[in-house]
Design a protein around this ligand. Structure first.
Ligand SMILES: [Zn+2]
Length: 125
């Protein structure tokens, strides 16, 4: 009798252990599956991010070139504007001092320009 009972209990215990192990296995498998799914999702997301960043850099590069072109044009316009403005106002085009009468430079820049002209002329000859 007692032996039988003991055997029954043992058997139950082993059964319970097996069930627990089985549950654990299922749990771990589920966790692994979840992790794999997460990794897949992360990979997909990172791929999407890479694609988006590529798009951004492409559009950004295009925008930059447009911007630089535009800003250069703008600067040239501004320079021309200020050049003629200073010429009309009698201000040196290289600095903010008053220019000499009939010349677009101040005394200092007139001299600089003259030396520059002298050098360039004597170089070419
Ligand atoms: Zn000047």
């Amino acid at each position: 009798m007692w032996k039988n009972l003991l055997n029954k209990v043992k058997w139950k215990i082993t059964e319970l252990k097996q069930k627990r192990e089985f549950k654990r296995k299922i749990k771990t498998e589920k966790i692994i599956q979840k992790n794999e799914e997460k990794e897949k999702k992360i990979e997909e997301k990172s791929k999407a991010v890479v694609v988006e960043s590529k798009k951004i850099t492409e559009s950004g590069a295009v925008n930059q070139s447009i911007n630089t072109r535009y800003s250069n044009r703008f600067l040239n316009k501004e320079r021309r504007k200020s050049y003629s403005y200073r010429k009309g106002k009698g201000i040196c085009v290289r600095c903010k001092q008053k220019s000499l009468p009939g010349i677009i430079f101040c005394e200092f820049h007139q001299q600089k320009q003259q030396t520059y002209n002298y050098r360039s002329r004597h170089k070419s000859v």
